[in-house]
Write a protein that binds this ligand. Structure first.
Ligand code: ME8
Length: 508
């Protein structure tokens, strides 16, 4: 596989006033799978964080009888815990109240002003505080926020603000979309944004002046919270000073987002960057929503939020990670329930993968004292030659489920080899060469599975690694490690506890 350029992926920075739910865990886990796969090929970086300014936070702080700063400081630790709780490894966590972020925002604002793209004006129109979005009268639905997931009352604003000449970037954005259809995936979101671009863009307000919880601007007022939030993707790399060379080394990167914020990420953000003369993101992927069984988007404000920490307590982080990546194509909505989680845990993980490890190592123990035999020309080797490239390609194109399907072909192949070749009979009939070949294929196949599954299930993949008698972790370069025959003959395997003990429904 040719070396890949430095890889950078971000999650949205989550609204600090919310509570982490399974939807947030979903994006963070997906970003982690992507970053871990990229790290198997070269340098990679992942960023997450919290969105801490805006009117919604100011209102929530007032309701909690705290200053906004006290309020956000009290909530930040919970958000910091989200990624580590699901074994998602981020290189940095950016908070929009940090000085490094404020500096970057003001620097970008200044660049856009120097480009002649920022002017003073009066915003007279509607605003949805919950979505932190300006809405023209014509877009309202029954006088309320047009977002079907929100539909809250909107507020009339009349504010003297700074405006961004977004209209100037209408044509460059159309050119971008037409020239690079992969800029925004999946296709449904691309079509939606093209329709907005074809309808024509209007300039819009990038500051607020009726409250002060935001990044203060030199002449008064604060930056509009979305303008501020988007800049976190480069402030988190150290732009503009770039003391550690991270911006130079990793930007532009890829953004993973939920589909409801595609307009901000693929119209407003690239236009801001174009105006400031900076490179635009390589790609934006707007994934689907996790819904309840009735099809409603899961979210705290809808009262149906699923607590990811409770799910983890029942299934473990790896099983949950696997479920989220396997259940549906990344661009589609899907529903989640304890029953569905249980089903995948017991069947894919327990029966297919866990049993493969258990019976392979048990037979090796019984027939060869747990020692890996000499590698021989096995039948599996030729079947897996393309597997690493295929899995990598799927993951880099955000086809997590398809990548897992490919990996599972190897699980099935190995399980079938046991069922068809019946090692117990080979042993009984003294067919030692064939038995050794089969046992080697099983162990080497499991080593490959450990390396390929590490991005999805870091802790279970490491357990497989250790049960195979290998040291360290399978966080290793694929080019060097996914070479058939690297597992040394004579390795003493070390069978351990079942990987995925069965989980039964609670007694009725
Ligand atoms: O929008 N299904 O923050 P937020 C799948 N601060 N993903 C979901 C989800 C669900 N039911 N619910 C939430 C914001 N998400 C802004 C972002 S970025 C510069 C500023 C995930 O706390 C998904 O990634 O509302 C979605 O886009 C994000 O959480 C929204 O998080």
């Amino acid at each position: 596989m040719p070396p890949q350029p430095a890889f950078y992926v971000t999650t949205p920075i989550y609204y600090i006033s919310g509570t982490p739910h399974i939807g947030h865990a979903y994006t963070s886990i997906a970003a982690d799978v992507l970053a871990r796969t990229a790290r198997a090929h070269g340098p990679a970086r992942a960023l997450t964080g919290t969105d801490e300014h805006g009117q919604k936070v100011a209102n929530a702080a007032a309701a909690a009888e705290m200053t906004p700063q006290q309020y956000v400081d009290s909530l930040a630790p919970t958000w910091r815990e989200l990624a580590p709780a699901f074994d998602a490894k981020f290189d940095d966590f950016v908070r929009t109240t940090e000085p490094r972020h404020q500096r970057a925002c003001l620097a970008l604002f200044e660049r856009m002003r120097e480009a002649g793209d920022v002017y003073e004006g009066v915003y007279e129109g509607w605003y949805c505080t919950h979505d932190e979005t300006f809405w023209p009268e014509a877009k309202l639905v029954d006088g309320r926020c047009p977002n079907p997931e929100c539909r809250r009352p909107v507020q009339w604003l009349s504010e003297k603000n700074w405006f961004f000449k977004l209209s100037k970037y209408n044509q460059p954005l159309l050119d971008l979309f037409r020239g690079d259809p992969d800029f925004l995936r999946p296709q449904s979101r691309y079509n939606e944004m093209m329709a907005i671009l074809e309808e024509g863009l209007e300039d819009f307000s990038i500051s607020r002046s009726s409250f002060d919880w935001g990044i203060p601007l030199p002449g008064g007022g604060v930056l509009y919270v979305w303008y501020d939030a988007l800049i976190s993707y480069i402030s988190g790399l150290g732009w503009p000073d770039d003391p550690d060379g991270l911006y130079a080394g990793f930007w532009p990167g890829m953004h993973l987002i939920g589909k409801e914020i595609a307009r901000f990420h693929t119209i407003i953000w690239p236009a801001m960057l174009m105006s400031a003369g900076l490179p635009i993101p390589k790609r934006v992927f707007a994934h689907g929503w996790i819904t309840s069984d009735s099809g409603t988007k899961i979210g705290k404000s809808l009262g149906n939020a699923m607590d990811p920490f409770a799910m983890k307590a029942e299934f473990g982080a790896d099983s949950l990670r696997y479920f989220l990546m396997r259940e549906a194509p990344f661009g589609s909505d899907f529903s989640i329930s304890m029953e569905k989680l249980r089903q995948r845990h017991n069947s894919d993980l327990g029966n297919d993968l866990g049993n493969l490890l258990r019976r392979s190592l048990a037979m090796l123990q019984q027939y060869r004292n747990g020692l890996v035999p000499q590698p021989t020309e096995g039948r599996v080797q030729e079947r897996v030659a393309d597997l690493p490239a295929l899995v990598n390609e799927h993951v880099m194109c955000l086809r997590f489920r398809e990548a897992l399907d490919e990996i599972w072909n190897l699980v099935t192949l190995l399980n079938r080899a046991i069922d068809e070749q019946k090692p117990w009979e080979l042993y009984k009939h003294g067919r030692g060469v064939e038995l050794d070949a089969l046992l080697y294929d099983l162990c080497e196949g499991l080593r490959w599975l450990s390396l390929l599954l590490f991005p999805y299930m870091p802790s279970k993949a490491t357990e497989i690694w250790h049960q195979l008698g290998l040291e360290g972790t399978p966080e290793l370069p694929w080019d060097e490690e996914l070479v058939w025959g690297r597992l040394a003959a004579g390795t003493q395997t070390n069978p351990g506890a079942p990987l995925f003990p069965r989980i039964d429904p609670p007694a009725a």
